[in-house]
Ligand binder design. Sequence first.
Ligand code: DQA
Length: 144
Amino acid sequence: MKFLVINGPNLNLLGVREPDIYGKEDYAALCSLINATAEELGVSVEIYQSNHEGDIVDKIQRAMGRADGIVINPAAYTHTSIAILDALKAVALPTVEVHLSDIHSREPFRNVSITGNAALKIIHGFGFKGYRQAMIYLKEQIEK
Ligand code: DQA
């Protein structure tokens, strides 16, 4: 089983970026947790990060026939990107959306997830651990 984990804009700045909200651990630490979880679950994983909406759309399109499921944190594009939503719907791969922070307890513009309309589930507010939860849930759903 192969997972694609996609991280959107500014997540490469974890550790530096608003540590009160996103924590003090850096992006490499997040990648380590994702890789360790993949090993624990016996799945293979590709991790991709981009600050560019079109690149994320391209990556989702290329996952067709290559990945069994997607975990995505579209970051700010969560709240704006119909293009990412449409790409997720187009490839129709089981998808779990994850956010480090609790998007429902922040600014009102973060309350709405456009991309989440293509997700089986949205996990938010659990920090890095949310990625582990997302991968566990995704595997369960694929095996169903
Ligand atoms: C985020 C929440 C988004 O609102 C924000 O734009 C991000 C990160 C999160 O992981 O909590 O960049 O997706």
